[in-house]
Design a protein around this ligand. Structure first.
Ligand SMILES: [Zn+2]
Length: 64
């Protein structure tokens, strides 16, 4: 799982369970690799990026 920070436009990816990555500006973070993905920060400023490269707002995803 990758995410894009919409504040600094940084794309970050957590590759394993204890790999906690923050974006350049520190507004969002991702942890847990592919087994247990945990995303921190304001969902309004985070896009989810799927394997095929499609980006989707985390805020929209949480509404469903
Ligand atoms: Zn950022």
């Amino acid at each position: 799982m990758k995410i894009r920070c919409l504040k600094c436009n940084d794309v970050i990816e957590s590759k394993n369970l204890h790999d906690c990555i923050s974006c350049k500006c520190g507004a969002c973070s991702i942890d847990g690799g592919n087994q247990y993905t945990r995303i921190g920060g304001d969902p309004h400023y985070i896009n989810l990026i799927s394997e095929n490269g499609t980006e989707k707002s985390l805020e929209e995803t949480n509404k469903k």
